[in-house]
Design a protein around this ligand. Structure first.
Ligand SMILES: [Fe+2]
Length: 490
């Protein structure tokens, strides 16, 4: 509904409650247009494209387009090759890759790339926070009387006595947030470089927090999706390592083929339709000092041939989804693309290759696959977390809606123009590996699984006190039960 005779201050307020600041000249322009409505405010916020200040030029262009609407471009048909990558339908399985860096990387590692990367992170996560609270750009927070909410990237956290100080920045400025009591406890667990919201009251130049808001996921996730098939989660097979557990792998394959276990176990195996492998398919070459002593196959191509021959043993009606990890032959910086063609060609036809991370849709079940290198960084920052309960670390990742929040830790990040590591869409299943331990759990309706390994403890792992839990397999029916199978130590 058009609102006549509105003044610039009221227009500015309408934008402010939506988390935007409007240039006074732009507000004036809207008043004079005689077209002002709440609907127009929403539309202008959309075309602001993530910027927090609505410039006069944005309003001018919006009004111009309103007078002379541009014809909508015809949707371009997707190139055949893209269609082939994005949608694979083999037998009666259905897999659609929703998000994956493969074939889309464009970063050069320049300063501009890093700026764009962190801007993308800030915009995507601020948008999620804004869907729950109205935020004000940091530069304008001081002008708001009473409670004000801001959202920004955590630049620094430090303590003085029992208080915690958070330096928070967005693309308009930086503010110090003061956290006490329960909020100080939350602030102590901030990782740095994540995006949070803070609600509080301005005193002097600081914001005294009464609430710290994580982007988080909705209480009930996406709601329950009941399916009649099972997914099997594997990772860290480390084919090519001397410690690869050949006997245990064979037992797993025998189970998949219905050759071991009782009737119940066989019925379970019969209903397995998908196997997802979250990285470290092979042991790789030169990943850590002295690794050559731990290798049974010292040639990377030979390691993948060995891996492919083992995946060949999986029944062909099962779709296998393979994502790389830090031991694999792709770039180390995340997001990692899928294996290149030469390696992909070694694998059987029922294997689909995706990047790390990859967000896939399996018959309507949204699965987020991430190798999990950032788990090391997060455990080193939050003392209450440990390698024995990987699902608790995964919960922190979901809460922050970012797979690897810490920049400059053990996880190298590639500054892509878009931050692929932001968890934009809420998954139904979140699958990690990397730390060679096993853990499952649910967080706000999302099934989390860290899927163990097929490598026994190496000398290197002994030295760094890493105790793996090999041969543990999670079998999950979406919307139903989780079964833990143990093939090691039986
Ligand atoms: Fe691994």
């Amino acid at each position: 509904m058009v609102i006549k005779n509105i003044d610039a201050a009221t227009v500015a307020k309408k934008f402010l409650v939506r988390g935007y600041n409007i240039d006074p000249k732009a507000a004036e322009l809207l008043c004079k247009s005689g077209l002002f409505s709440d609907d127009i405010v929403d539309k202008i916020c959309c075309v602001a494209n993530g910027g927090f200040i609505i410039e006069k030029s944005v309003v001018e262009e919006f009004l111009r387009n309103l007078a002379n609407p541009k014809p909508k471009p015809e949707p371009k048909p997707k190139p055949e090759v893209e269609k082939k990558i994005n949608e694979v339908k083999a037998s009666n399985s259905s897999l659609k890759v929703i998000k994956d860096i493969t074939g889309k990387s464009s970063c050069q590692g320049s300063v501009e790339d890093f700026l764009m990367y962190f801007n993308s992170r800030l915009e995507k996560l601020t948008k999620i926070i804004r869907s729950r609270v109205n935020t004000t750009p940091i530069a304008y927070a001081g002008k708001v009387k009473g409670n004000v909410s801001v959202a920004g990237l955590v630049n620094e956290v430090y303590e003085r006595g029992d208080r915690c100080y958070i330096r928070l920045e967005d693309n308009t400025g930086m503010i110090t947030c003061v956290a006490t009591g329960k909020n100080a406890e939350i602030a102590r667990e901030l990782l740095g470089d994540e995006v949070i919201g803070v609600t509080g009251v301005i005193k002097g130049s600081s914001l005294y927090a009464n609430r710290i808001i994580f982007p988080d996921i909705p209480i009930n996730g996406n709601g329950e999706k009941k399916k009649d098939f099972y997914m099997v989660f594997l990772s860290d097979t480390h084919f090519g390592s001397k410690e690869f557990l050949e006997r245990e792998w064979k037992m797993f394959i025998n189970w998949l083929n219905g050759e071991v276990g009782g009737k119940k176990s066989q019925e379970l195996a019969e209903k397995v339709k998908y196997i997802i492998i979250a990285g470290d398919i092979v042991d790789g070459i030169g990943v850590y000092p002295g690794q050559e002593d731990d290798l049974a196959i010292k040639d990377i191509y030979g390691q993948y041939e060995f891996a492919a021959s083992h995946l060949e043993e999986i029944p062909k009606h099962i779709k296998v989804i393979v994502s790389p990890g830090n031991h694999d032959a792709v770039r180390q910086a995340e997001p990692q693309p899928a294996f290149d063609g030469e390696i992909r060609d070694l694998f059987p036809k029922n294997v689909e290759h995706v990047g790390n991370p990859a967000y896939v849709d399996i018959e309507g079940v949204k699965v987020l696959i991430y190798h999990g290198r950032s788990i090391d960084d997060i455990i080193s920052k939050i003392p209450r977390l440990s390698y024995d309960e990987p699902q608790k670390v995964m919960e922190e990742i979901l809460k922050r809606r970012h797979l690897s929040p810490i920049y400059g830790g053990r996880t190298p990040l590639a500054p892509e123009k878009e931050d692929y590591l932001v968890i934009e869409d809420v998954p139904d299943v979140f699958h990690c590996g990397h730390i060679h331990t096993y853990g499952t759990g649910f967080y706000r309706g999302v099934f989390m699984v860290n899927s163990s390994t097929w490598q026994a403890q190496t000398d290197f792992q002994k030295k760094v006190n890493l105790n793996p839990m090999p041969g543990n397999v999670a079998v999950y029916r979406p919307g139903g039960e989780v079964v833990r199978l143990r093939f090691y130590g039986e």
